[in-house]
Design a binder for this molecule. Structure first.
Ligand code: AMP
Length: 450
């Protein structure tokens, strides 16, 4: 199938072809015609499937072909026509880039608002009038409470990564945003989520009107193209092994995951001392530092980007060849999200996990989730010391889900749902993972395996 066959206008097609896309991805083939009909859509798709273009292309076309509503608008700046709500700043910034790219031959204004940066430039931009607004929930509510954004005439709402939004404790913020919009039946609503849990279905009932369901191949379609390996190594020698692998295998661009922000900082510093250009990216870094690190990584100045799960969520780096799990995630599903940073949009990639004895249980949980045993590799000189016994895994302060998204404080309810709190707690390896994997298994059986 070609993009032309999807009913897209010449302006949109031109921009897509300039991006070098030849064939629509499965989610684009299904979602684009549906969105163009004006129906509400509930789609299961994860990052890396091309879902951003799946909703952005038809959204741009629809807005360009329908006149702006004028009824009941307040005096002052024109109200927002379409809102794309996302959980993280990085994702918001990336969607904003996509909107600008795909819409470059159309006349409209877009803006992105998220926390962690000054609100004033955002206010000036909103004052000038914005057709498409991309936002994280907290900062959007800040604007709403200051009266700097008008959502009363909204025509299209997109809720992206809805499952992550809920995992990060944003459900109350999302409900508060919904309360600022016109009636469900008076707007088109699109919900994208990697999973359809009970909570997501409840949210869908609240915000969608007789939705069309779209499901694409489960995510192991992506995972199949990723070469995955497990290196057994003692905890204290992981850094040494990582430096060695980067040198020996000549990895030029590698995204490394750690469990904690502190661990990310420390590892980036150690790698720098090993002569590798490295930077850390996590929720305690200023937005400027995060943007600089990501830009340096994308253009090759930084060879190793060390990230925590939440910071890396939604990162879209074209052709990222290598992902390393310096530590396995506590939640098996995060393994799939992590390795999904590579092998995107049909490319292949390599994902390596450095696993010490403390992480055996986590590894088993991951292998159960993805229904396959990962090949083990043993590098000579790095054989685990058999006298070392497994120890409980220390849970560093992962938190920050809330602050990643908006930066602004928003009352207690937003924080309570953060699944990753647990500062300084010591938990037996895999306890938390086991709790979560029960949920994960039920997700897997609802159409989303590895
Ligand atoms: P997403 O799932 O929206 O984060 O997209 C993942 C990556 O796929 C992005 O780098 C897009 O630029 C790329 N992409 C999206 N649609 C296509 C397509 N039809 N063909 C090739 N690449 C695409």
């Amino acid at each position: 199938m070609s993009f032309e066959a999807l009913g897209l206008s010449s302006e949109v097609l031109k921009a897509v072809l300039e991006e070098g896309y030849e064939t629509p991805t499965p989610i684009q083939q299904k979602a684009i015609p549906l969105v163009l009909t004006g129906k509400d859509v509930m789609a299961s798709a994860q990052t890396g499937t091309g879902k951003t273009a799946g909703f952005t292309l038809p959204l741009l076309q629809k807005l360009s072909q329908t006149p702006r509503r004028t009824n009941g608008a307040r005096k002052g700046s024109p109200p927002v026509r379409a809102l794309i709500l996302t959980p993280t700043r990085e994702l918001a910034a990336q969607i904003a880039e996509s909107v600008a790219t795909y819409g470059k031959y159309l006349k409209f204004r877009s803006a992105v608002v998220f926390g962690g940066v000054s609100i004033n430039p955002q206010i000036s931009q909103l004052r000038k009038g914005v057709d498409i607004l991309i936002a994280t929930p907290g900062r959007l509510l800040d604007h709403a409470s200051q009266g700097t954004v008008d959502l009363s005439q909204l025509e299209v709402l997109v809720l992206d990564e809805a499952d992550r939004m809920l995992d990060m404790g944003f459900i109350h913020d999302v409900k508060r945003v919904l309360a600022l919009l016109p009636e469900t039946s008076e707007r088109q609503n699109l919900l994208f989520s990697a999973t359809f849990s009970r909570e997501i279905k409840q949210l869908a009932q609240r915000m969608l009107n007789d939705p069309q369901l779209v499901e694409v191949a489960p995510q192991n379609a992506t995972a199949d193209r990723i070469e995955q390996q497990v290196y057994r190594v003692d905890k204290g020698r992981k850094r040494e092994l990582l430096s060695r692998l980067i040198h020996d295998e000549q990895w030029e661009q590698v995204l490394v995951f750690t469990r904690t922000k502190h661990g990310a900082n420390r590892l980036a510093e150690q790698l720098e001392r090993d002569g590798l250009s490295a930077a850390a990216i996590h929720g305690n870094k200023s937005q400027g530092a995060r943007t600089r690190a990501l830009a340096g990584f994308k253009d090759g100045k930084i060879r190793v980007l060390v990230a925590t799960d939440i910071a890396a969520r939604g990162l879209d780096i074209d052709q990222l060849p290598n992902v390393v799990n310096f530590e396995l995630p506590n939640v098996p599903e995060d393994y799939v999200h992590r390795i999904g940073r590579t092998a995107r949009a049909g490319m292949s990639g390599k994902a390596v996990s450095l696993v010490c004895i403390d992480e055996d249980k986590l590894l088993r949980d991951i292998e159960r989730l993805i229904s396959r045993e990962l090949p083990r590799v043993q590098i000579e000189g790095f054989e685990p010391d058999p006298s070392i016994k497994a120890e409980p895994i220390r849970q560093g302060r992962q938190g920050g889900g809330r602050s990643q998204g908006s930066g602004a404080s928003r009352g207690p309810q937003g924080r309570s749902g953060n699944a990753r709190s647990g500062a300084g707690k010591v938990q037996p390896a895999g306890t938390q993972a086991a709790n979560r994997s029960r949920r994960t298994r039920s997700r897997a059986s609802s159409g989303r395996s590895a």
